[in-house]
Design a protein around this ligand. Sequence first.
Ligand code: NAP
Length: 331
Amino acid sequence: MKKRIVLYKRLSEDLMARLQEQVEVTWVDMAQPDGLARLRDALPGAHGLLGASLRIDASLLDLAPQLEVISSVSVGVDNYDVAQLTRRGVLLTNTPDVLTETTADTGFALILASARRVVELADWVRAGHWKASLGPAHFGSDVHGKTLGIVGMGRIGEALARRGAAGFGMRVLYHSRGPKPEVEARYAARYCSLDELLGQADFVCLTVPLSAHTQGLIGRRELALMKPEAILVNIARGRVVDEAALIDALREKRIRGAGLDVFAQEPLAIDSPLLSLDNVVATPHIGSATRETRQAMASCAVDNLLSAVAGVRPPDLVNESAWGVRAAGPQ
Ligand code: NAP
């Protein structure tokens, strides 16, 4: 008999057909008012879940005693309690690599848009204010030749470093949990403490995962260490930054600006003070949101799910030790 999976992210027709060949699929549209209730109804029979952007907590897991795998269509796994999934023997998979370059492109889009005031000045033109050639009040600042500070030198961090060093002639500083000699050799990057990076970088780019260690990593003290001309770019997760502290720093022009793709609460509320500041470029979590990359992520998630329910180790297993728990069987 086919195993049952619950799908809560829309897939292209070809991927849906690939899934349906192997498993019985229950589709739940989380955008509908009854989405959560339908998900809860489907969980008792589910062997697998495939989706994204939904916190899967213990109350949902308790409804799914047969669950073998959660295949997340994301690289970030902050919506899951990994330790708890492991204890329950539930495999968790993600979609690394296929989104790296696209997300780094988003990082650079925010760097350029913030430094060159692209959104603010495009709105200014549209509003009919362009009557004469520009003066210093509308000048931006250069990106090329400046210092790029990367917090979290992983896959996306390295893709940013490459763009900065090779494309924009930038000096690259980075902070991670430890130095990476191979990255230093490739991009002439220099490892430093977070405080030193904050004090020297013209662009501080956040590419760490959200975890207990990184939540609030950039708070009031850290923002105060940044140069007044510096720009903060967050393509990681909103809660890596203390948003209230950031709003104060931006309002008081203690830093020059921010390019933000992620927020403490998403979707960002229309009355967020961030949206009333002209030194903020806010995008709606578009890091990986291109047609090509979202299809590649979905395909990767389908591969992971089908492997797991077939009893084969999935390619992008996050919780390695859950594999051991499954192999050991019921205690
Ligand atoms: P990754 O390869 O795992 O890189 C993350 C890096 O952060 C690693 O180098 C890691 O250090 C470092 N790190 C972890 N904890 C740290 C800490 N406490 N202090 C300093 N550095 C720390 O992950 P990735 O694929 O680059 O993705 C990074 C994150 O970007 C994801 O987790 C996700 O939340 C976010 N993201 C957002 C979007 C978007 O749409 N905006 C899209 C994709 C990803 P080590 O090297 O020492 O392990």
